[in-house]
Design a protein around this ligand. Structure first.
Ligand SMILES: [Zn+2]
Length: 809
């Protein structure tokens, strides 16, 4: 799963861990793996939907067996259902069973004592009412409805009618009685009866479709391989099914018809990704098909339901957005990789979520490295590491047996930190051993569950090395090293000391560290072990080294202060091979205000050229003629659209009127980034023209162009622009961009006098505010309140009251 959190965090820039009081209440409970008394074997469902009530009528036949000890009872998870009948099914004969139900679990008395592995089939007839779940009183469950009806009555003309489900963590038991735990696995059949105008998607293969006399159709989906209940999925709606394939296997993309022409541009790398992951893992994709579907108003980022991945609307990108790069490609890779780590071998408990999510996170690195090169992947690695370092999670272990809520496991430790730990492990054992160990873990545990120790055993088996030290400090321990690195050269004796301090509190890490020593054209490579609060390593030299590069592979998860000289960093930029070698040098030049920073304008990697332009724009060299000249060249000839946009923004900041033609020429570029930067520059030089172009482009403006258009209209526009502005806002699908726009709208409303229009826009902004998932809303709400307070003060009592009432809802 990938959380919506990533977007909200980007927008708010600071992540404040939430719900501290909640943790105090229940974080002291030891979260054991769920005891396995009974085992699911097979799940057969017949379902049909009542769209007007948002109910689902279900019949379930569950085949189970006692795990080891004989038993005559069975407990099923079944949340908020109306239970009609519970029976034991033998052939076509059903016999009613005694049961009790507490609105969360169904306690069944079986017809006899069943011994270990003796199978029986339970029949349950029920009604699911996901929207009534609030009544059960659990706060967590309101965001875990399991089954979601989107615009079920069609009342909203701008939104299609859809049904989708979201199981993880334990919400599928809202729409099917099951043992809703990650350490259960079941094969599956679902008969879904839907209005004939809709298509359906579920796990496994579509075996047949039967038209019914009442205008409905029954689709029969079958999954012959066992998988965990949280991975069960149903999707219903008016989708185009864009067909692709990997070898002879079906690969499908379910998108709204508007996106049919670009579906392959968004998802088209999927077959290559399957092939790539098969190759590095040495384990074939095990499932019978792979489909991906985009759901409206999805409550998370994306979810790896087996063979039926669900994405949120941010996956939708038009051809112009895609010229800036596919913003969803890493998520596509992430969910696919779960089909090995998560779906094939499943975390035994939420405490061991790392064996799902750290791998899915690291798969983004693996795909990016393969497809776009090591610089791209290392940039991704660095950003993800920052995500962890800024998350305030130093106290949390990767494998955590104490947490307040299982949803809390889906955090920057399980994802970002876990992915970086795998990267370190790969760097330590080497590529061959790393991938052989993953193969070993997958083949040993496939169609079963895994925990972190099974991963350790798989690595120990392959490498022949005891790896408890690594697991104890990284999987079962918390925090990370904070290194201070100093160098003492003694040229008289040709003696170098590298002194490394571990400055973090309360523990010392055992760390293998690569040190490369550069001397002229020679480079000698060394590996040393840190294991004390201060470690000193001595090297001899005949000629003063040009550079001593500690952590040469740039793979260590740490914070560091590296006391190199400017000359060292210049040498490092030009000679050391990694993205981070160059980025560290550029960051140093920028922080010290050194003109050496300009060498980054010629970096082979576009993202570092872009970073350099942005740093220079903030520096005293922003008016330096030689630098401006080089940025002009980049603006004219750069292929990377975002870097070109950065160059245009840099030139715009000079305020030189000579760039007017350049901006005009680029304002209708196919890239929203380039067009947006050009329009912003033009608006400064020629406000009237900028304003009229903003109105012209408003019909098709996303990303940076959307921001430029909106800011042009909001700062210069008047009440007559209301429709253009609100259309632009309404057309933007929910996400970070829309949240940003919402604040612009609130500002603009101060200049609108029509009360009904103001109220309509307040409603639209409130809808965005409420779309932010409840668990993150305490981060965004203060900003909304502040913006609205200002508007209320400006517009007087009626609007102020309207705002206060809306905010309280
Ligand atoms: Zn995931």
């Amino acid at each position: 799963m990938k959380h919506l959190l990533i977007f909200i965090v980007l927008f708010l820039s600071v992540y404040t861990p939430q719900a501290q009081e909640k943790e105090a209440a229940s974080a002291d409970i030891y979260r054991q793996a769920y005891p396995k008394t009974s085992e699911l074997v097979h799940t057969k469902l017949q379902v049909k939907f009542d769209f007007s009530k948002a109910w689902m009528y279900g019949k379930a036949w569950l085949t189970l067996q006692p795990h080891f000890y004989a038993t005559d009872t069975l407990t099923l998870d079944a949340k908020g259902m109306d239970i009609k009948e519970v029976a034991i099914a033998k052939g076509n004969v059903t016999t009613a069973l005694k049961y009790s139900y507490d609105n969360a679990q169904l306690f069944v008395k079986l017809d006899k004592v069943y011994s270990a592995k003796e199978k029986y089939t339970i029949y349950v007839s029920y009604v699911s009412k996901p929207n009534d779940l609030k009544a059960t009183g659990s706060a967590a469950i309101t965001d875990a409805k399991g089954l979601y009806f989107i615009n079920p009555t069609g009342a909203d003309k701008d939104k299609p009618t859809q049904i989708w489900t979201q199981g993880e963590t334990e919400a599928n038991s809202v729409w099917m009685p099951t043992i809703d735990k990650p350490n259960q696995k079941s094969t599956e059949e679902i008969y879904m009866t839907v209005p004939a105008k809709y298509v359906t998607l579920s796990n496994g293969l579509l075996i047949n479709q039967q038209k019914n006399a009442d205008g409905t159709r029954t689709d029969y989906w079958k999954m012959d391989l066992p998988h965990a209940p949280y991975l069960f999925f149903m999707g219903v709606g008016d989708f185009a099914i864009v067909k692709d394939q990997y070898k002879k296997m079906e690969v499908n993309y379910y998108v709204e018809k508007k996106y049919e022409p670009v579906a392959k541009k968004i998802f088209g790398h999927t077959p290559d990704m399957i092939g790539f992951y098969e190759k590095i893992l040495g384990v074939p994709y095990q499932w019978p098909k792979y489909s991906q579907i985009v759901g409206r108003d999805y409550v998370s980022g994306a979810m790896e339901n087996t063979t039926a991945t669900l994405h949120q609307e941010s996956a939708y990108q038009n051809a112009r957005q895609l010229t800036d790069g596919n913003a969803w490609e890493e998520t596509i890779a992430h969910e696919l990789f779960h089909h090995w780590f998560g779906d094939l071998v499943t975390a035994e408990s939420w405490s061991n979520l790392t064996v799902n999510e750290s791998f899915a996170n690291y798969s983004e690195y693996l795909w990016t490295e393969h497809e776009y090169g090591k610089d791209f992947a290392d940039a991704h690695n660095f950003e993800d590491m920052q995500g962890y370092l800024q998350s305030g999670s130093e106290q949390k272990q990767l494998v955590r047996f104490y947490y307040a809520d299982k949803e809390d496991m889906f955090d920057a430790v399980s994802y970002n930190k876990g992915g970086r730990i795998l990267h370190m492990l790969r760097n330590y054992v080497g590529d061959d051993a790393f991938f052989k160990s993953l193969n070993n873990y997958l083949t040993t545990n496939k169609f079963k569950t895994g925990e972190a120790d099974q991963l350790r055993l798989a690595f120990e088996d392959v490498t022949g090395e005891d790896l408890n030290w690594f697991w104890n400090q990284w999987y079962y321990g918390s925090g990370h090293p904070k290194l201070k690195i100093d160098y003492v050269y003694d040229d008289a004796h040709g003696n170098l000391q590298v002194i490394i301090l571990q400055t973090q509190a309360d523990k010392i890490f055992r760390l293998p560290i690569n040190i490369d020593i550069y001397n002229g054209s020679n480079k000698s490579k060394h590996t040393v072990w840190l294991q004390n609060s201060t470690d000193t390593f001595t090297f001899s030299y005949s000629q003063h080294p040009d550079l001593v590069n500690v952590d040469a592979a740039k793979a260590t998860l740490c914070e560091k202060t590296d006391n190199k000289t400017t000359e060292n960093f210049v040498y490092q930029f030009t000679h050391a091979p990694n993205y981070l070698d160059r980025k560290e040098a550029l960051d140093y030049f920028a922080a010290k205000g050194l003109k050496e920073l300009a060498i980054g304008l010629n970096d082979p990697f576009a993202r570092l050229r872009k970073q350099t332009i942005e740093s220079l724009m903030e520096s005293k060299f922003a008016t330096d003629e030689s630098i401006i000249k080089r940025v002009e060249e980049i603006a004219a000839s750069e292929n990377d659209k975002k870097t070109k946009a950065a160059a245009l923004t840099f030139l715009g900041a000079t305020g030189y009127s000579k760039y007017q033609t350049l901006f005009l020429k680029n304002a209708d570029d196919s890239s929203y980034s380039v067009a947006g930067a050009a329009l912003s520059g033009l608006t400064v030089l020629d406000p009237a023209n900028g304003y009229s172009l903003a109105k012209k482009y408003a019909a098709d403006a996303k990303g940076a162009l959307g921001e430029a258009v909106l800011s042009g209209l909001i700062t210069q526009g008047n009440e007559a622009d209301y429709d253009v502005i609100s259309n632009l806002f309404n057309q933007t699908s929910f996400g970070q961009e829309k949240v940003g726009m919402a604040f612009g709208i609130v500002k603009y409303l101060a200049r609108v006098t029509d009360i009904s229009k103001i109220k309509k826009s307040i409603d639209a902004v409130m809808a965005v505010r409420k779309s932010i998932p409840a668990q993150y809303r305490n981060m965004s709400d203060p900003a909304f309140k502040q913006a609205f307070d200002a508007l209320g003060k400006a517009k007087g009592k009626e609007i102020d009251t309207y705002i206060k009432e809306s905010l309280s809802q």
